[in-house]
Design a protein around this ligand. Structure first.
Ligand code: SAH
Length: 508
């Protein structure tokens, strides 16, 4: 490497895929995780920014009507400038970076400036859009070639315009990106060139996301239909016989939570399990973390209690966060799991128990009900609780029912404050903006603190947004704040919550 390039940073032109997070490549994720700066587009799913380091800079370069945004020369200059500062610059673009959308021009500008660069292809909406609408772009019986074209150019302009006569002659499957607003003149031009009026056409908007919608028709009527229902960009249009296959292959839009926009209020780290389950049923998830997990105020005291864990008869975990904080310190202090001594382990709720098991410790007591009172009751069933030494590992400022009840039953209880929750003040993925702009169908609360912290943000309540709660304590907190509960999980864990949501919408 020359002296010049080693001083410089590097630009990665990365395809973000069409929207569904799962359709990002492993390489794209790696690049985002390592980025100093991410310059992202309107069509790149902003939730991918959650993969970035906390100190990475994110710059929105989308071109949305009415909003201030960077011009193309400004974007090019920004990429070059940041790379010259020695930064690792990720240019995140929707779909594939080299399929329309000016990625090629950006690459040229970077190359001309003598900056090192890498291209990470992405799954283009031109293929994924149709696929998620149940339309294979090829079928042996229907066609043997596919054409991608842009509808961005005005058919009335002569120079550089699309050769509609050639397209008409070529046939096969034709996929159009951009230009849904010009659909009227484009279809007229195709008809004029002799394409048959009853050729099947599909439009897929916000493909592969929870907002996906598909409209089908014929070359003759599709433009009119689109106008009639206000079908807007971004959309891909598919022209060809393969569109008919959707009748039997439409899978994505048939899932139980398709079209539902659901807010997840857990911490960024914890959200993914709930979010992924909701997404797998077709929901569009808005991850809006209200809190963040931080070390406890007195970390030293916590560490000392962890160090002495072996003197206890029982260690009680009340949350997965507590388990993590405990064992993180435990294994810093000890290199042998046996240092836990004879302590038995209790865990409230399956997620907590699961986390304990992941550290290869057996869970000796796991109450069926996932609330503090139930744990105390289970303990009382044990004859040995009198004078037993119990360490309760919990969050600072959590409800103290459990230690009290255990003490009342004769146990000697110590409390270990493992972590504290603080309000999440950042909005890196623009979720708050999105919620304000687009609203939501449902918000999920997985603990009293998520309710309180969400309300503390002071965001306007989107019209018609309903509430799903994980259990009676969370519901009570919400009601105390004047909210109405529409769904309450019967099993007070994530699976129970997802199941209750699914049933709610199945019945509605
Ligand atoms: N590089 C992108 C295309 C950029 S041009 C890709 O490979 O997908 C922008 C156009 O892409 C939009 O006008 C729309 O036609 C299409 N597009 C991108 N993402 C889309 C999505 N999720 N749903 C429907 N169309 C999309």
């Amino acid at each position: 490497m020359s002296a010049r390039t080693s001083k410089n940073g590097k630009v990665y032109l990365v395809g973000a895929g069409p929207g569904d997070l799962g359709l990002a490549t492993l390489r794209a994720k790696e690049c985002i995780e390592a980025a100093d700066i991410i310059v992202y587009d309107h069509l790149a799913n902003p939730e991918m920014l959650a993969w970035a380091r906390d100190d990475a800079e994110t710059i929105y370069a989308g071109k949305e009507p009415g909003e201030h945004s960077l011009s193309q020369p400004e974007i090019n200059a920004l990429l070059v400038e940041k790379a010259r500062e020695g930064k690792k610059v990720i240019r995140l673009k929707g779909g594939d970076p080299f399929v329309f959308g000016r990625g090629a021009e950006e690459a040229q500008a970077i190359a001309e400036a003598g900056i090192e660069f890498e291209v990470v292809p992405g799954i283009t909406s031109a293929i994924a859009g149709p696929a998620y609408a149940g339309i294979p772009v090829t079928h042996r019986a229907e066609n043997s070639h596919v054409t991608f074209f842009t509808g961005h150019e005005d058919p009335a302009k002569t120079e550089g315009a699309i050769d509609y006569a050639a397209l008409a002659k070529l046939g096969g499957t034709q996929v159009m990106l951009m230009g849904v607003e010009r659909l009227g003149s484009i279809t007229r031009e195709m008809l004029k060139q002799g394409v048959r009026a009853d050729l099947p056409v599909a439009l897929v908007r916000w493909a592969t996301t929870g907002k996906q919608e598909t409209l089908t028709g014929t070359l003759q009527d599709i433009a009119q239909r689109a106008v009639a229902i206000g079908f807007e960009a971004p959309a891909v249009a598919v022209f060809g016989e393969v569109v008919g296959l959707r009748d039997s292959l439409n899978w994505f839009e048939k899932r139980p939570l398709s079209g539902k926009r659901i807010v997840v209020t857990r911490t960024r780290k914890q959200a993914s399990v709930l979010s992924n389950k909701l997404r797998s049923f077709g929901a569009q998830v808005i991850e809006l973390p209200t809190i963040r997990i931080e070390p406890p105020t007195d970390l030293r005291e916590f560490a000392e209690l962890v160090q002495d864990a072996h003197i206890y008869d029982w260690i009680v975990f009340t949350s997965a966060n507590g388990v993590e904080a405990f064992f993180e310190i435990f294994f810093k202090l000890y290199d042998d799991a046996r240092e836990i001594g004879g302590a038995r382990i209790a865990a409230i709720g399956p997620a907590t128990a699961q986390r304990v098991k992941e550290f290869h410790f057996h869970v000796d007591l796991q109450p069926d009900e996932f609330i503090a009172e139930a744990v105390a009751k289970e303990f009382r069933k044990q004859s040995s609780i009198e004078n037993a030494r119990i360490l309760v590992v919990r969050a600072e400022k959590a409800r103290d029912v459990l230690p009290k009840e255990l003490s009342a039953a004769g146990a000697i209880v110590d409390e270990a404050f493992a972590y504290r929750t603080v309000p999440e003040t950042r909005d890196t993925t623009g979720a708050r903006r999105q919620l304000a702009k687009e609203g939501a169908d449902l918000i999920t609360f997985t603990s009293s603190s998520t309710v309180e912290n969400f309300l503390a943000l002071g965001l306007p309540w989107p019209k018609g947004m309903q509430i799903a709660s994980i259990g009676p304590i969370t519901s009570k907190t919400a009601r105390d704040h004047g909210l109405e509960i529409d769904i309450e999980a019967r099993r007070h864990d994530i699976d129970g919550l997802v199941e209750a949501i699914r049933q709610f919408y199945a019945g509605n």
